[in-house]
Ligand binder design. Structure first.
Ligand code: URA
Length: 433
């Protein structure tokens, strides 16, 4: 078998055998495939696609290209939750402690921000002192003791994805359904949870721009989960406008804390209840339809917040910031952006605000860039609300006026005000299992 022939067969539209796919990935991680060959392979897959069996084979070959976590030592059924990415998407920070407070075991590995989308690890690191890089022993001990840990993916997991992801970024091959599905699912499989709950976002702020593509991606990931013997459910959610009112790491942590106190925005709380209910069902702890009342009580009584607090303490973070979020990093310069006219807010473009937040320092323009944890945007209104000319539409948080001025043109473009009240949009757009 030679690499050249594998690339040629995919280029010409043939299906690759399991052996060919595994050969390719094994040689890739051993450094026996050149960058040019790997890039050509990716472009061939991008253009020709992969059939379901090939996607499962590629994902498994990637998942087993490194260490695969064994979580069988845990007493409960660990359930993982993963989002395909969004703007203001702090759902994990709310769902994970909420589900843990309801008894679900969570041993989760999360990622950093990607492009205009935020990442849970960056958000957690906005809490002073919090460590996201734990040794395997520390990780196991924490999950055994408090039933919850969220850490960064360790370097020995899925090395094939690290190589391919970097190449995809440089060769315009990120936006391929089979490549996204295999990249995400290989990491989920290697992270070891028996059950996987996926949040497949769709809309301006997501990688999938329409429901058809989101459904296709969800189906591919669920098929991979099935092929790998992991029960997988995908919920398709709306990411047209940002989730909640905040974008930016410390701002999102503060909003997640408010939500865990039962004082969060309606969209975030609603999705948190839906996702936590599914995690409870997947863990075998009850029917999803019967969890709302119990979960609302966990929020109101502060038990979900206590679960987050316990995790923050276990990972070395400053628990005072959980008790008093005003102690989280705060921006030195905050400027209001005001409504240029009166009318209904008919669109708040999540992509535009995500990109503006990156310019503020909340995300990375280049790999390795340092983040400004305090930077970001706080919305004053959501889509559908009436605003009056001159009223604040959002606050822009940055380290100084120069930074804020870099973001303002994008912020201005993101708000659309019309005379007509827009139709209300649904949060949950589909379910694939
Ligand atoms: N997230 C990933 O981990 N991989 C992708 O390809 C896209 C989003």
């Amino acid at each position: 078998m030679v690499v050249h022939d594998i690339i040629a067969r995919k280029r010409d539209g043939f299906s690759l055998s399991s052996t060919e796919i595994s050969f390719f990935i094994q040689h890739l991680i051993r450094g026996e495939i050149t960058e040019e060959q790997a890039a050509a392979f990716l472009m061939a897959v991008y253009i020709r696609g992969l059939e379901e069996r090939e996607i499962v084979d590629l994902t498994l070959a990637m998942a087993y290209s490194g260490k695969v976590m064994d979580l069988s030592f845990l007493p409960g059924v660990p359930v993982d939750k993963h989002s395909t990415g969004g703007v203001g998407d702090k759902l994990t920070l709310v769902v994970v402690p909420l589900a843990a407070a309801a008894g679900v075991t969570i041993a989760k590995m999360s990622g950093r921000g990607l492009g205009h989308t935020g990442g849970t690890i960056d958000k957690l690191e906005a809490i002073t002192g919090l460590r996201t890089e734990l040794s395997e022993t520390e990780f196991r001990k924490q999950v055994s003791e408090i039933g919850l840990a969220v850490i960064a993916q360790s370097n020995d997991l899925v090395p094939a994805d690290k190589i391919l992801y970097d190449l995809r970024n440089r060769t315009a091959t990120v936006a391929s359904l089979p490549l996204i599905a295999s990249s995400i699912m290989s990491k989920k499989i290697a992270a070891g949870s028996a059950k996987i709950l996926l949040d497949v976002t769709v809309g301006s702020g997501a990688f999938m721009k329409n429901v058809e593509d989101a459904e296709a991606l969800a189906q591919q990931m669920v098929a991979i989960g099935r092929g790998a013997g992991r029960e997988t459910l995908a919920l398709i959610t709306n990411m047209e406008e940002p989730l909640g009112y905040t974008i930016g790491n410390a701002l999102e942590v503060a909003e997640a804390i408010a939500t865990l106190r039962g004082e969060g925005p309606r969209d975030l709380e609603e999705l948190a209840i839906i996702f936590a209910s599914e995690m409870i069902r997947m863990a075998g702890l009850g029917e999803s339809g019967a969890q709302r009342g119990k979960l609302m009580t966990l929020l109101r009584e502060g038990k979900a917040l206590t679960a987050l607090r316990n995790m923050v303490i276990a990972q070395g973070g400053d628990a005072n910031q959980i008790d008093d979020p005003s102690l989280l990093p705060q921006a030195a310069h905050i400027e209001a952006f005001r409504a240029p006219a009166s009318g209904y807010l008919s669109h708040i473009d999540a992509l535009g605000l995500g990109e503006a937040s990156v310019l503020l320092g909340a995300g990375r323009l280049n790999k390795g860039d340092l983040l400004d944890f305090a930077a970001g945007i706080t919305l004053r209104h959501k889509v559908g609300e009436f605003v009056t000319e001159g009223e604040e539409l959002c606050l822009v948080h940055g380290e100084d006026s120069a930074r804020v001025n870099m973001a303002l043109p994008g912020v201005r473009e993101a708000f659309v005000i019309t005379r007509e009240k827009p139709a209300s949009h649904k949060l949950l757009l589909g379910r694939v299992e």
